[in-house]
Ligand binder design. Structure first.
Ligand code: ARG
Length: 410
């Protein structure tokens, strides 16, 4: 390590952009670069190879951290308890992984006395916001370097030439037209043919889910997921960690072709984009968790929580994981989960996952109140007085309207 030089911890993936970024930071900012690759469960890459590659390019140090357990326990558990779906559809897989990456970048910056953090995001996406707002929340004094946003390498060819001139390994196979981000919570696919919102996603973009028109099983399959305080703890009666259950559900739901989302979404920076997601495990678990909440949460809590969930998802999407409002909403959500314990039975068949049963020791479903048989204990007579008072404001309004001569008009 060179004496007196500033240091930059770079979020490193092993791909072309962040490989070029190592050299670019050295040349343009005259800093030592420490590469940090984070394992959040992306499709198996050889992370030792990635680590070595950064050193070959010139990083003074290269670190790989497997944070999968922490990701599940501290991050995905909250997403599940929040039933987090941005714009009621997207389970936030990329948005969820950025805060934990940020946390480790900042930790490594402190450990190495580095004053800068670098990331390889472009100037057009959400991720730059998530990185930079996250970093400033954890240490507002750290400087940020965003080479891909700063450099003037306009095309991939220019970038490859720049890399080749400096001995940086460049990909030899033709680059896939898609941009893919993945981790334990699913896979996001964009670009290429998908940029035309009218074009049906090509079959070859999918790796986690089978095509339900073709190669899925002809028999339905059932799974029983048990929850304790809003977190999955067993599958088909067998105790398993949340992490194992995510993997098992990715496999099972994926095999039945459940968990594909094709959507137009609103990015924070103001652009609409077309994204395809494969989220078999995440969607299955959110479906099951909601089904159990339907049984266990008191009506007002359930209804209020729907609004909180939407706000939570929007905050996380917008890079506000480390923010006072997001933390306050976590507090609310945690309180609601104390009695979300019980089992949910799901049926998978040809691209669908439906809830077919739910039970809980804390169930608020009261058979005697709900039934229309002889054991009915609901006080039918009380309904009359209730309706009179509940409808009173409308009645008063209707009378007033009649006085004004506007009966029946809207
Ligand atoms: N649109 C999603 C988000 O902002 C996913 C972005 C991930 N990137 C990708 N290459 N598909 O969270």
């Amino acid at each position: 390590m060179s004496v007196g030089k500033d240091k930059c911890v770079l979020a490193y993936s092993g791909g072309l952009d962040t490989s070029v970024a190592i050299k670019w930071i050295q040349e343009n900012h005259d800093m030592d670069v420490i590469a940090l690759a984070i394992d959040v469960g992306q499709e198996r890459q050889d992370l030792e190879f990635v680590r070595q590659k950064a050193l070959t390019i010139g990083a003074v140090e290269s670190i790989v951290k497997d944070v999968r357990e922490e990701y599940v326990e501290e991050y995905l558990s909250r997403a599940l308890q929040a039933n987090a779906l941005y714009e009621n559809k997207y389970p936030l897989l990329s948005a969820m992984s950025r805060p934990i990456i940020v946390k480790h970048l900042v930790e490594e910056a402190h450990r190495h006395d580095a004053r800068y953090i670098g990331h390889g995001c472009t100037g057009k996406g959400n991720d730059q916001v998530r990185f930079e707002v996250g970093i400033s929340a954890l240490d507002p004094d750290l400087g940020i370097i965003a080479p891909v946003r700063e450099w003037d390498l306009r095309t991939r060819e220019e970038e490859m030439d720049w890399a080749a001139e400096r001995g940086i390994p460049v990909p030899t196979t033709k680059k896939s037209p898609y941009s893919i981000d993945d981790n334990l919570w699913g896979r996001a696919i964009e670009c290429g043919a998908l940029e035309d919102p009218w074009v049906e996603p090509p079959a070859d973009i999918y790796t986690l889910t089978a095509d339900s028109r073709g190669n899925t099983c002809d028999e339905p399959e059932y799974a029983e997921i048990s929850f304790k305080k809003g977190i999955p703890v067993a599958l088909n009666g067998e105790l398993m960690s949340f992490h194992e259950i995510i993997n098992a559900m990715n496999e099972l739901a994926g095999r039945h072709g459940f968990g594909r989302i094709d959507m137009i979404e609103n990015r924070l920076i103001g652009v609409k984009s077309r994204e395809v997601y494969e989220v078999p495990g995440a969607l299955t678990l959110i479906t099951a968790h909601k089904a159990l909440e339907d049984l266990c949460l008191e009506r007002e809590v359930l209804h209020y929580k729907l609004g909180v969930e939407q706000k939570w998802a929007e905050l996380v999407y917008n890079g506000m994981w480390f923010s006072p409002l997001k933390e306050a909403l976590d507090g609310f959500i945690e309180t609601t989960q104390q009695l979300v314990t019980g089992d949910v039975r799901l049926r998978f068949y040809k691209g669908s996952c439906v809830t077919v049963g739910r039970r809980s020791p804390y169930s608020l479903y009261d058979y005697d109140l709900a039934t229309y048989d002889a054991s009915d204990s609901f006080d039918h007579a009380a309904a009359k007085g209730f309706i009179d008072l509940h409808g009173l404001p409308v009645k008063v309004w209707a009378r007033q309207r009649r006085k004004m001569g506007k009966e029946g008009e809207v």
